[in-house]
Ligand binder design. Structure first.
Ligand SMILES: [Zn+2]
Length: 731
């Protein structure tokens, strides 16, 4: 690229039909050589004849879109494009759970605007049903539609002209996913920036109107040259805008839209889009590129229901005469000072302190104590019969050895589970292992369901007296929606539209289209999240969910898990979720993970990484804490909690505190009460060599030994893996 040389704008060539993605700027250098620069009309239209710029080119003729750079006081071309990485971290450990790699760039291609039209249909406040204008250049015809129509006159393919809600002054920044799974969209959001609104009055809470409020807070000349084409005598709207484009200048820009793909809302992408917009506006003086920007204003109804603008640093100042909240982001010290002054001295603003959003989801009263099922027994009986089958099938089954029989299986035998107040609990296990059964029992003992499915055969039950349970067990316990639109159903449940929207946002249903949709029109995954929203709306302090996130794709499931766990921890909600998906468990970061199955259940953390084999009765002595020295032919450097295995079962765990010795048999005889070993057995085992004592402590015996998978070989240490219990079958 050659050194930048000064050039002067000679002319612009823009056509109404396709100005969004095509326009030409003709500039001339000091030697009188003219260059035709292809760009977008959205940029070219702001550059005025006689304006001085700097141009670098790689060629002098037939200059393409990517063959030059152009700058005035700020860079003009190529358009702004910047990569951002958004790490979603665990609020507990700070560990990165997943990462978005995003590209924010100014819209340039027709396809960018088509994506914007698609996203616009998800916008909260889209008043218009038809949001895009399409054109046939051959027939000079414009048509409103939300998807590309064919020309009714010539049958040709129509091209996108503009969004109906946008003006010529609007500029768009699109957000693309750089790395994405095949089922993920390329465009996940967009931001639209405009000049500030021409006029703004304030409605005070007492109903009175304060005209031109902005001029009382900021320097009045900030709003002296608005984009205000209505006041101009011109033959058409297009030309009226053209006139206004020439005079518009303001140190304030307006954030006119932030639209995020519904699947990606409430995951920080809205904030990221706004941060990219801040860089764009600050560096390039968007939209008109004439004055450095000192503040950004936005009029955003949704800011009442969603805190993402305030999280980025927007400050709420007042409501418009039409009662829409107005927020400002200061970019300069002047703006910051003026805003601070207003918040200190205006009586209404002093009340709200610049804060608009208030979470409606209350902190619930935490469970007063743990929910415990001790010595829990539950079995399952199934009669296999061939009676109702046709003779041929009976014969076939008999040939395979299938006979009439009764299958009886213990789902839990003397098991124990403790649900900790405020904790996130995950029940994990193979399908059919008893996870749903356990959830039914937790629900049954909490609300007192009489049905045998919901009651243990025997158990010592402790239920905290302040429990408010909500449960989701598909086809059994689930909220009803009827035919009402989602938002209406939740409003009727809560009597608070803010809370209704908040629980929908929390479950990833932050989408105006979905708010209006009746339940039956939702996809399976959306139904699952809507049910969850309805449960949250009841503000329980204990939430039980079977097959959590089962119908969601991996990324949606992970996002939901991360949000729900965060909500639970910040609002004192106790969660018990059934899932077998490792990515979901990672995002939940459960406080307790219970493995269900094998006739028992146990905290996953209780299964040690390694275990050693010991003969009976010594194994039992160890886990009961009676045997505190394990005698071996060699010392060990292993410390910490390990398992004790005997007869193919994990009996419990113990901590290795240290290693002592060597000891002679005579010395060991003096410590008989520590190792409990029979002297004759010891002599045989030692075979003339000295022995070492592994010091043990903190013994823990399992309620029921856990059968483990047998591995060939006789190493001292093994990794215990629980083994599925076989059915107890009786013919
Ligand atoms: Zn046509």
């Amino acid at each position: 690229m050659a050194d930048p040389r000064p050039v002067t704008v000679v002319a612009r060539r823009i056509r109404q039909a396709n100005y969004r993605y095509l326009g030409f700027l003709i500039v001339q250098d000091a030697a009188g050589v003219q260059y035709t620069l292809p760009m977008t009309g959205t940029v070219a239209q702001w550059l005025l004849e006689g304006q001085e710029l700097r141009l670098s080119t790689t060629r002098t003729e037939a200059i393409g879109f990517d063959d030059y750079t152009l700058a005035g006081e700020v860079p003009i071309w190529p358009l702004f494009a910047r990569a951002y990485t958004l790490e979603r971290r665990s609020p507990l450990s700070g560990k990165v759970l997943y990462t978005y790699t995003l590209l924010a760039r100014e819209a340039r291609y027709e396809r960018d605007y088509e994506a914007i039209v698609e996203l616009e249909q998800y916008h909260y406040a889209s008043d218009e049903e038809l949001i895009a204008l399409w054109t046939c250049e051959t027939c000079d015809l414009y048509i409103e539609a939300n998807a590309r129509p064919t020309c009714p006159r010539c049958g040709g393919r129509m091209r996108l002209h503009d969004l109906r809600s946008a003006t010529r002054a609007s500029r768009f920044l699109v957000l693309e996913l750089q790395t994405r799974a095949p089922y993920e969209p390329q465009y996940v959001g967009y931001v639209r920036v405009d000049p500030p609104v021409p006029l703004m009055h304030r409605r005070r809470p007492d109903g009175t109107v304060e005209p031109n409020i902005r001029q009382k807070v900021f320097p009045p000349d900030w709003f002296a040259y608005p984009f205000h084409p209505e006041g101009v005598q011109a033959p058409s709207w297009w030309e009226a805008q053209e006139e206004s484009l020439r005079t518009t200048r303001s140190p304030v820009s307006r954030l006119a839209r932030v639209v995020i793909h519904p699947d990606y809302r409430a995951d920080g992408l809205g904030q990221q889009a706004v941060r990219a917009m801040l860089d764009w506006v600050r560096e390039r003086w968007i939209p008109e590129m004439r004055v450095a920007k000192e503040a950004i204003e936005t009029i955003a109804m949704m800011a009442r229901y969603n805190p993402f603008l305030e999280k980025v640093g927007f400050v709420y100042l007042w409501d418009t005469a039409g009662r829409r909240p107005v927020l400002y982001y200061p970019l300069s010290a002047t703006a910051e000072r003026r805003i601070a002054h207003f918040l200190r001295h205006d009586p209404v603003a002093r009340e709200h302190g610049g804060k608009l959003y208030r979470s409606r989801f209350p902190t619930v009263e935490k469970l007063a104590g743990p929910l415990i099922l001790r010595r829990l027994t539950k079995s399952y009986t199934n009669r296999l019969t061939l009676e109702h089958l046709s003779p041929a099938v009976q014969q076939l089954l008999e040939a395979f050895g299938v006979k009439h029989r009764v299958i009886q299986k213990f789902i839990f035998r003397e098991a124990e589970i403790e649900i900790v107040p405020g904790g996130v609990h995950v029940l994990l296990g193979a399908s059919g292992a008893g996870k749903t059964t356990l959830l039914r029992l937790l629900y049954g003992v909490t609300v007192g369901v009489d049905h045998p499915l919901y009651q243990p055969e025997s158990a010592e039950v402790t239920v905290p007296e302040n429990v408010r349970v909500a449960a989701l067990i598909a086809g059994e316990v689930e909220p009803e929606f009827g035919d009402l639109p989602l938002a209406e159903a939740l409003y009727q449940l809560t009597g608070d539209e803010g809370l209704a929207v908040e629980v929908l946002n929390e479950t990833g249903l932050a989408d105006a289209v979905l708010y209006r949709a009746p339940f039956r029109e939702l996809s399976t995954g959306q139904k699952e999240r809507a049910r969850l929203a309805a449960l949250l709306a009841r503000q329980p302090n204990l939430l039980l969910v079977d097959e959590f996130a089962a119908h969601l794709d991996p990324l949606t499931a992970v996002r939901l898990a991360r949000r729900l766990a965060h909500l639970a921890r910040s609002k004192n909600l106790t969660l018990v979720l059934v899932t077998h998906r490792t990515e979901v468990i990672e995002a939940l970061e459960p406080d307790l993970l219970y493995l269900v199955g094998y006739g028992t259940l146990y905290r996953a953390t209780e299964i040690p990484e390694r275990a050693f084999r010991v003969m009976e009765p010594y194994a039992r002595y160890i886990v009961e804490g009676k045997k505190r020295w394990e005698l071996r032919r060699y010392p060990t450097r292993i410390r910490g909690r390990v398992g004790v295995v005997s007869g193919g079962k994990l009996l419990g765990t113990v901590e290795i505190l240290g290693s002592r010795g060597p000891f002679s048999l005579e010395e060991l005889a003096e410590h008989q009460e520590k190792h409990l070993a029979d002297p004759r057995f010891l002599r045989e085992y030692a075979a003339g060599r000295p022995l070492y004592a592994w010091e043990l402590g903190q013994a823990r015996k399992f309620d029921r030994p856990i059968p483990i998978v047998a591995r060939p070989g006789q190493q001292a240490w093994l990794k215990p893996e629980p083994q599925p219990e076989k059915e107890d079958a009786a013919t």
